[in-house]
Design a protein. Structure first.
Lengths: 111, 114
């Protein structure tokens, strides 16, 4: 049973436009959510996070939105750049700090 | 879908002992597996990359004699923490890469060294 789901395996966006990556979760105990970015042959790097007490967190071009009632979060990248092309993993954690990852969404930003 | 399992999910051991953690790809062949350590605030550190049948490649600062990695088959990689110390207490996550270059994460193993 997958607790963190990223239903879109891939997404293609034009440079300068908005990229929206979605993530759904099933466990209401999760209280902290993170997005990681991963380039080929490298480990994932932390991008942005949000606590369950918030519904939005912004960092430069990256904004994460959390809808607790829908158990849904999304990552918005505006404007998208070719260097943003990577695989993006959504992850969630609860009190023990264990990270549960989604399967990732491959973002391609076309010039 | 592709599933990666880790065993055990939680282990407590005494200082000075060794602990082995298994990472298995359950329904696909993984030519490459990765081992990560999770640090406070949930940041992940890549420890090593293991390829089936060859020696693991360790990241800078990771002691290869302390963290022994064996990738004996296309579905199994093991991480052995030797002579464990309390500072080794952490959450260890593995991931496996399939033939299409998709990467799947395991559920993690929480190690507590007393």
């Amino acid at each position: 049973d997958q607790q963190v789901k990223q239903n879109s395996p891939s997404l293609s966006v034009q440079e300068g436009r908005i990229s929206i990556l979605n993530c759904d979760y099933t466990n209401s105990m999760f209280d902290y959510f993170l997005w990681y970015k991963k380039y080929p042959a490298e480990g994932p790097t932390f991008l942005i996070s949000i606590s369950s007490i918030k519904d939005k967190n912004e960092d430069g071009r990256f904004t994460v939105f959390l809808n607790k009632s829908a158990k849904h979060l999304s990552l918005h990248i505006v404007p998208s750049q070719p260097g943003d092309s990577a695989v993006y993993f959504c992850a969630a954690s609860y009190w023990q700090g264990n990270l549960i990852f989604g399967k990732g969404t491959k973002l391609s930003v076309k010039p | 879908g592709a599933v990666v399992s880790q065993h055990p999910s939680w282990v407590i051991c005494k200082s000075g002992t060794s602990v082995k953690i298994e990472c298995r790809s359950l329904d696909f062949q993984a030519t490459t597996m990765f081992w990560y350590r999770q640090f406070p605030k949930q940041s992940l550190m890549l420890m090593a990359t293991s390829n089936e049948g060859s020696k693991a490649t360790y990241e800078q600062g990771v002691e290869k004699d302390k963290f022994l990695i064996n990738h004996a088959s296309l579905t199994l990689s093991t991480l052995t923490v030797t002579s464990a110390h309390p500072e080794d207490s952490s959450f260890y996550i593995c991931s496996a890469r399939d033939l299409r270059d998709e990467q799947y994460f395991g559920p993690g193993t929480r190690l507590t060294v007393t």
